[in-house]
Design a protein around this ligand. Structure first.
Ligand code: GN1
Ligand code: MG
Length: 642
């Protein structure tokens, strides 16, 4: 029997697996006992609730000793000279590093000093949080293989607070001779604890520590070594977690700080157990023969020739005994492998084409496939063309968000009256297809929230919701359950059980298990696949899932290279250009000339935060209008940003 002392993974796995038969056969009291224990154990081990803290220790951070008279500053000053800034300059101007949409990201060969300093910064963040573990991921995600990047992970598994971005930039750009400026920035980072992290900072006499992971890029090893050196220069323990996906490293950090097991196998086991519990069939389903969900074909996955190739193989082993099989392609281990080049979710979503390698053209028409990106934190689904010459049917992040929000919303409604006052909300960016926004507005009774591009913005907004589902159109996203919503679900389950309200219990358990299937730290392609596949099985959807809820408007994204993309400034969640003067007016006029209402025309322009380009987005009812509007706007951008 499950005991409250078991870890969450063990509890869920047992319910899902060994105890499966027993749950079916047991009487009502045994079921109640089992679930109460499962909830109790989860309370002890959940990685979503506030980190485990020693309530006897006072709220304090570990401050860096005064730089003027302490050895650490000298050690750091010496070490930073060994990791000099790049000497190269670009068109005469010195290289400026900026913490863009997703960290520092540029050509790998100029990132050495940045990674060293990012290591020191992550060490300072560990100190700021009383010694809790922080993290660093060396990756440039969907960018070409020659690029690399670095992003920081906070103790709660989240991204670096935006308030720290200017400090990170000051640190990255200070000359190596100016150790004082760097030390000042590090001191500031070690002092800054935002309100939401304050509880987490109540930790302890823990030894400060930073986890470092990297994707499969050739430059990753040397850049990870630079980051490890930066951490050690601060006198902080550095742990090399090897090659991992971005979401895995976020999970490891969160897990270790909450007392949950943080090995790679534990990560797979947790997600797999959530999937198993969510797809557990009840008595009625046992007799089913038609549309039998046990017989789903293997899911074909394009791994972008990146880190997902190896890691999805690990997940595959963990889930195959639950009937979920993967057919992994572009795993990065073939002679012609080339990261993100002609493969991966960015290409498939933006160019609406199947991956160019991996044999996708010879799959059965209408085969359901997934494509992930270079660091496996995004996923999109697509279905191979139904007939030759037809395009793929894309199931982008907007459609995935609707599928998940609709399922969770239905479970919340089915749990009434035991579950009340829990609402499901959705967060989008300006790139969300207008048809999805219209659908969600009607379904939710209010428009979904719209925030600037970048997971950090979506995640923070979703945290304000009871259950917040967020996805960028390109497939970055997840569902977040607020601690209050999780607690309400637990309490409602107990109440529904005592009243023997079994339909409500079933819905409430689906909400509980869905949380276990999701990486609680960040959006994650691997946990996203499990959640979508589980929903499809629970809902018995074997056929096409493209345009299940609405039909996309035509849209196009275009990159324009200009001299200085930062001359463009946007407001209103990037939907309006404030600068350069005249650009917004020009966009409005182009749309008006097309008859904006009639063609449901929408367009905006913004500078990329990860690539040296301006992005132009246009949507309308038909391809021809999209093409005309795009051409006209691109011309204006070239004129006004020359
Ligand atoms: C239109 C688009 O796809 N933009 C991407 C891209 O940001 P840009 O700032 O647009 O370059 O990379 C980000 C990080 O991977 C991702 O969050 C974002 O959605
Ligand atoms: Mg990515």
């Amino acid at each position: 029997m499950v005991t409250a002392l078991d870890g969450e993974r063990v509890v869920v796995a047992r319910i899902a697996n060994d105890e499966r038969q027993r749950v079916r056969e047991c009487d009502f009291c045994t079921l109640l006992f089992l679930i109460l224990h499962s909830l109790d154990a989860r309370r002890h081990s959940s990685t979503r609730v506030a980190p485990k803290v020693d309530t006897h220790t006072e709220n304090r951070t570990m401050t860096l000793p005064d730089a003027s008279n302490h050895a650490w500053a000298q050690t750091y000053a010496k070490a930073t000279r060994d990791h000099p800034l790049p000497t190269e300059s670009d068109g005469g101007a010195p290289i400026q590093f900026s913490y863009g949409t997703a960290g520092f990201r540029t050509r790998a060969e100029i990132l050495h000093s940045t990674c060293f300093r990012a290591g020191a910064l992550a060490a300072a963040r560990s100190l700021a949080h009383g010694g809790q573990t922080t993290g660093i991921v060396i990756t440039a995600s969907h960018n070409p293989a020659r690029d690399n990047g670095v992003k920081l992970v906070e103790p709660n598994g989240g991204t670096m607070p935006m308030a720290l971005e200017s400090v990170a930039e000051a640190l990255a750009n200070a000359s190596e001779a100016d150790a004082e400026a760097q030390i000042a920035a590090l001191g500031e980072a070690a002092r800054m604890v935002d309100a939401s992290a304050a509880a987490a900072a109540r930790a302890s006499d823990r030894k400060p520590r930073v986890f470092v992971a990297r994707d499969t890029r050739a430059s990753g090893r040397a850049l990870a070594d630079a980051a490890l050196a930066g951490i050690r220069a601060m006198g902080v323990e550095a742990v090399d977690r090897g090659v991992a996906t971005t979401p895995q490293l976020h999970y490891y950090v969160l897990a270790t700080n909450t007392g949950a097991p943080d090995a790679e196998a534990d990560y797979y086991a947790r997600l797999a157990a959530g999937y198993a519990a969510l797809t557990e069939k009840d008595e009625d389903d046992m007799t089913e023969t038609e549309n039998d969900t046990d017989n789903f074909p293997p899911l074909v996955i394009d791994c972008a020739d990146g880190v997902g190739g190896d890691k999805l193989a690990g997940l595959s082993e963990a889930v195959e005994s639950y009937g979920l099989r993967f057919d992994l392609r572009n795993r990065g281990n073939a002679a012609d492998s080339s990261l993100n080049d002609g493969v991966g979710s960015d290409l498939v979503q933006k160019a609406r084409t199947p991956p160019m390698r991996g044999g996708f053209e010879s799959l059965e028409p209408g085969t359901r496939c997934v494509s992930v990106d270079g660091d496996a934190d995004r996923l999109i689904y697509f279905e191979t063309p139904r007939s030759p010459g037809e395009p793929i049917a894309l199931v982008d992040g907007d459609q995935i968000a609707v599928l998940i929000a609709d399922f969770l919303g239905e479970m919340v409604r089915e749990a009434e009256p035991y579950l009340t006052d829990v609402r499901v909300g959705v967060v989008q960016t300006a790139y969300a297809n207008g048809a999805s926004t219209k659908f969600l507005t009607e379904r939710l009774g209010e428009p979904p929230a719209c925030v600037p591009t970048g997971v950090k913005h979506l995640h923070h907004k979703a945290e304000e919701m009871d259950i917040g589902v967020y996805f960028e159109s390109n497939g970055h996203g997840t569902a977040l359950f607020s601690p209050a919503a999780s607690k309400a679900i637990e309490e409602a389950t107990v109440e529904a059980l005592t009243q023997r309200a079994m339909p409500q219990v079933k819905a409430l358990l689906a909400l509980t298990h869905a949380q276990r299937c999701i990486n609680p730290a960040v959006g994650d392609a691997m946990s996203g696949i499990l959640l979508v596949e589980a929903i499809l099985r629970v809902r018995k959807i074997k056929g096409s899932i493209a345009n299940l809820y609405y039909t996309d408007l035509s849209s196009r994204q275009t990159k324009v290279v200009v001299r200085d993309r930062t001359t463009i400034k946007t407001v209103d969640a990037e939907r309006t250009c404030e600068k350069p003067p005249g650009l917004q007016e020009a966009i409005e006029k182009i749309l008006d000339d097309e008859g904006r209402e009639k063609v449901r025309g929408r367009a905006f322009v913004r500078p990329s935060g990860t690539e040296d380009c301006v992005r132009v987005y246009v949507e309308a009812t038909d391809e021809a209008t999209v093409g005309r509007v795009t051409d006209a706007i691109v011309e204006k951008v070239r004129d006004l940003c020359a």
